[in-house]
Design a protein around this ligand. Structure first.
Ligand SMILES: C[S@@+](CC[C@H](N)C(=O)[O-])C[C@H]1O[C@@H](n2cnc3c(N)ncnc32)[C@H](O)[C@@H]1O
Length: 373
């Protein structure tokens, strides 16, 4: 009799411990999510203040320069604010669920951040000056540090975003990530990372994969994706050697390779990779080049492999944001952007023989994944 009572007591205790553990885990999960959310929001605050400061600076010199358009529509601003909160919440949830590790929200060196500020101020005036005078080809690519080894396509020889030296100098590479974060109020990282979740949902490999990233820039996505995905080789590519060198300095590990190449002419064998992806690349390309990049991606993928894309939101995805999308290429010289926001990506993926096309959008970004059968 005593034995039975003992047994029942122990079972009750086990149940209690189980629920306590569960409640504790739930509490911890919430605590981690809230801390990550707070850290993300702090970044947003910091970059928003920097944006305001740069904007005010341009206004002080408005006789010589043109600041970007300032949105005043209260509904639109509220919509964007809610979007920022939503993406930070989702990012925190993805981390707490282990979709990518907490290291992705590593704090940048505050020293480097502060060191960039004077250069950013100066560059923002130069950018605003180009905006005012509508100057789009304000550099000599031969005298920049771009290697001659890879021919730079003509459509790229311009000041994208009106930025100094376009994509072709050390200085431009040094400022790029900070400028992008200011532009997106600290949401560029979370927006890029949303693609990791889609990739993981579609990848069905239980072994380390071979990754190819096209247009990797200074490795902003590579840093996060390499921490989240199980890979045996990670090939980081970009057409700009200055940007690629910068990426190489930030990414170390035996399984990284760095190759300077345009995405439309990949120097790789057929059937070499399990995942080919790009972030914020396609909106910068003319439509025929976009199609070529998709065909090349298909060619170099293994059967069963997937292509994944993160890029700008498109027209009518969020009708309230159409106005913002139309203004962006005027403020930040983007010659192929209007064609991009009207581009039917699903059809182009299918024309390149991809199947199982999925897409989604969050805040100002849009995502696609598709498979090579
Ligand atoms: C907007 S940046 C995006 C960089 C990076 N993926 C990111 O998430 O920040 C576009 C990058 O694409 C590169 N690029 C432009 N055209 C390219 C092409 N045809 N092939 C490969 N890279 C290209 C540029 O040099 C630049 O580094």
């Amino acid at each position: 009799m005593l034995n039975i009572v003992n047994l029942e007591l122990r079972q009750c205790l086990d149940v209690l411990i189980f629920f306590r553990k569960k409640a504790y885990n739930k509490l911890m999960k919430k605590f981690i999510e809230n801390s990550i959310f707070a850290s993300n929001l702090t970044k947003t605050l910091l970059y928003s203040i920097e944006y305001k400061m740069l904007f005010q600076l341009s206004r002080c010199f408005s006789y010589f320069v043109t600041p970007p358009f300032q949105e005043k529509d209260k509904n639109l601003l509220k919509f964007l604010e809610a979007g920022v909160i939503k993406i930070h919440t989702e990012d925190a949830k993805n981390i707490s669920e282990g979709i990518y590790p907490i290291e992705v929200i590593r704090p940048k060196s505050p020293f480097r951040h502060i060191q960039n500020i004077p250069m950013l101020f100066l560059d923002s005036l130069k950018i605003s000056r180009r905006r005012k005078l509508n100057i789009k080809k304000d550099f000599n690519i031969q005298s920049s540090e771009s290697a001659e080894a890879v021919e730079i396509p003509d459509y790229l020889k311009r000041n994208y975003h009106f930025q100094t030296d376009g994509y072709f100098s050390e200085q431009s590479a040094k400022l790029y990530e900070h400028q992008v974060e200011i532009l997106f109020s600290g949401t560029a990282g979370p927006m890029r990372r949303m693609l990791i979740k889609m990739i993981k949902e579609k990848l069905n490999h239980d072994r380390p994969i071979k990754i190819l990233e096209i247009g990797a820039g200074v490795g902003s996505a590579s840093l996060d994706f390499s921490k989240a995905l199980n890979y045996s080789s990670y090939t980081v590519t970009d057409v700009s050697d200055s940007y690629l060198n910068n990426a190489q300095k930030r990414l170390n590990g035996p399984n990284f390779q760095f190759v300077q190449t345009p995405g439309e002419l990949l120097p790789f064998e057929d059937n070499s990779f399990d995942l080919v992806f790009s972030v914020f690349l396609f909106h910068e390309l003319p439509v025929n080049i976009r199609e070529k990049v998709l065909h090349e991606s298909f060619r170099v993928l293994n059967a069963g492999g997937i292509v994944a894309i993160c890029d700008s939101l498109q027209l009518d995805d969020e009708p309230i944001l159409n106005k913002v999308l139309k203004q962006f290429p005027l403020d930040y010289h983007e010659p192929f952007y209007i064609s991009y926001i009207n581009w039917n990506v699903k059809t182009s993926l299918e024309n390149a023989c991809f199947t199982e096309v999925s897409s989604d959008f969050k805040l100002l970004s849009k995502y696609w994944t598709a498979r090579k059968q």
